[in-house]
Design a protein around this ligand. Structure first.
Ligand SMILES: NC(=O)c1ccc[n+]([C@@H]2O[C@H](COP(=O)([O-])OP(=O)(O)OC[C@H]3O[C@@H](n4cnc5c(N)ncnc54)[C@H](OP(=O)(O)O)[C@@H]3O)[C@@H](O)[C@H]2O)c1
Length: 247
C-alpha cells in the first residue's frame, strides 16, 4: 500500500497537527494549499523531524477552474499515488456581514462547500478507479443544526456532510472509505478572539482523533467524542423552543 497522503488546506492548525501525526507514522506527505511559503516551511520541518518525503501542491479552493488540471496532473504521476486524501479547508467568515453582503456569504459558501466539492469530485473519481484508498474531510458540528449566529457557515458544512454521506454510499462498492470529521470548538486561527466558546479542544487532540478514525476506517466521527451526545441533544430541541434560544 502507498504510504503517502495528500492534505489540502495543510496550513490549517488541525491539518498541520495531522500531518505531524502521519509523518510520525512514516507516511510521506503532499501538502496542498495557497500559502507556498508556509507549506514549504511545514514540509521541511516534517522531513527533518521524521525523515519522510514531502512535497507541496499550490491549491486555491476558490479557483475551481484550475482544480482538474492541478489535481489530475499531480495524481497522474504514479510515484505520487497517495493512500488517501484529507480536505481540511475552511473559512468561518462573518455571519452578520454575510446577511447583507453577498460577497461575504459567497466566500463562506464557496470555501466550505462548493470549492471543496469541486476538489472532492476529482479525488473521488480517482480513488474509485483505483478501487482503493480513503477520502477524509473536515465538516463541523455547526452543520448539525442551523443557529442564528453562524448559519451561513453551518449551511455550507451541512451541505458538505450530506455530500460526504452520499459519496461514502457511492464509493462503498469500490472499497474506498469516506470519513466525515465533525469537530466541536478547536483552538485555532479560525476561532481566535471569538467569545462564547466552550469545551475547546487543541488541534493536536483533534488531529490524533482524525488519524485514529482514518486508520480504523470510521465513517462519521465527532471530535472530541462528547460532541456526539451534545449534538444529539441540540438536534432534539424542538424548533419552537430553539428559535427562542439566542444561539
Ligand atoms: N476551529 C474550529 O473550532 C473548527 C471547528 C469545526 C470545524 N473546523 C474546520 O476545521 C478545518 C480546519 O480549520 P482550522 O480550525 O484548523 O482553521 P484554520 O487554521 O483557519 O485553517 C483553515 C484552512 O483553510 C485554508 N483555506 C481557506 N481558504 C482557502 C482557499 N481559498 N484555498 C485554499 N485553502 C484555503 C487555510 O489556508 P491559508 O493558511 O492559506 O489561509 C487553512 O489552511 C476547517 O474545515 C474548519 O471549518 C474548525
Amino acid at each position: 500500500m502507498s504510504r503517502s497522503v495528500l492534505i489540502l488546506g495543510a496550513t490549517s492548525a488541525i491539518a498541520s497537527a495531522l500531518a505531524r501525526e502521519f509523518a510520525a507514522h512514516q507516511f510521506d506527505l503532499i501538502l496542498g494549499g495557497r500559502d507556498r511559503e508556509e507549506l514549504s516551511a511545514l514540509a521541511s520541518d516534517l522531513s527533518l523531524r521524521f525523515g519522510v518525503r514531502t512535497g507541496i501542491l499550490p491549491f486555491d479552493v476558490l479557483d475551481t477552474r484550475t482544480h482538474a488540471a492541478t489535481l489530475q496532473s499531480y495524481l497522474a504521476e504514479s510515484a505520487n499515488a497517495p493512500a488517501g486524501a484529507v480536505v481540511c479547508i475552511g473559512h468561518l467568515g462573518d455571519q452578520a456581514k454575510g446577511q447583507s453582503d453577498w460577497e461575504e456569504a459567497r466566500l463562506i459558501l464557496e470555501t466550505n462547500f462548493t470549492g471543496c466539492v469541486s476538489a472532492l469530485n476529482i479525488l473521488a473519481n480517482y480513488f474509485e478507479l483505483r478501487r482503493a484508498g480513503f477520502i477524509c474531510a473536515i465538516s463541523s458540528v455547526a452543520g448539525d443544526r442551523g443557529r442564528q449566529s453562524n448559519y451561513l457557515y453551518g449551511a455550507a458544512k451541512a451541505g458538505l456532510s450530506v455530500y460526504l454521506q452520499g459519496l461514502r454510499n457511492r464509493l462503498f462498492a469500490a472499497g474506498v472509505r469516506v470519513i466525515t470529521v465533525k469537530p466541536g470548538f478547536v483552538d485555532t486561527r479560525m476561532t481566535y478572539g471569538h467569545s462564547g466558546l466552550f469545551l475547546v479542544a487543541s488541534p493536536e487532540k483533534v488531529a490524533k482523533g482524525m488519524f485514529r478514525a482514518i486508520v480504523k476506517g470510521r465513517e462519521v466521527v465527532y471530535l472530541p467524542w462528547f460532541w456526539r451526545p451534545i449534538m444529539l441533544l441540540v438536534r432534539s430541541i424542538p424548533e419552537a423552543i430553539f428559535k427562542r434560544m439566542r444561539m
